[in-house]
Design a binder for this molecule. Sequence first.
Ligand code: 8X3
Length: 250
Amino acid sequence: MVILITGASVGFGAASARKFVANGHKVILLARRLEKLEALQKELGGEENAQIIACDVCDTARIESALANLAQDFKQIDVLLNNAGLALGLQSADEANIADWEEMIQTNVLALVRLTRLLLPQMVARKKGHIINIGSIAGRYPYPGGNVYGATKAFVRQFSLNLRADLYDKHIRVSNIEPGLSGGSEFSLVRFKGDEKLANAVYEGTKPLLPEDIAEAIFWVATLPSHINVNTIELMPTIQAPAALNVHKQ
Ligand code: 8X3
């Protein structure tokens, strides 16, 4: 299989690339940071196994031309792993930064739907393809400060289900993977804008999910027999559970 992975330089994306290549598949690594992509490409055995597209996931025009210039045996993409996404800030809605909200909508929603729309026609034409989206438990359970981040992931969840409604008779699979608390990635560092103390505090005293755990789930849904579609997988570390309903008392 050929798998296009967005947000491939670190975290879930890089772990998934390692998992697929270790099992004989080819990956296209899309992310902004060229040095990280080159290091990963080298680790994965070079351009025979991994091709690089170094650009912003929001830059659909550049992605389109990069895809057209891929080596021949990477041109037919079997799996699109829409992994690129971010959370910015954890402030209450009345204090949150509007630019952060817009950036999350741009990346988590707009870039994801654009890339999906770009790749679907070739999948439908070949009657073969799988869109795997990275949602979040934040798209299902509200929490303080989750406001727009959670809403973008709720979009991803419903978009995934609606894609199935359009594609179930066209041999295209769609899955939404919804991780809970996950360490070993830049997620919290990005959310807290580089503040390592705040980012590390999120995981202190916990045993979170790791990128390899999520890659395992992604690999499983992608390699099941083709008559099986996993709609949704929700994963949490054992130390996490859906929160209680809060009541504010005077
Ligand atoms: C990541 C999980 O709980 O920080 O999407 O929203 S959480």
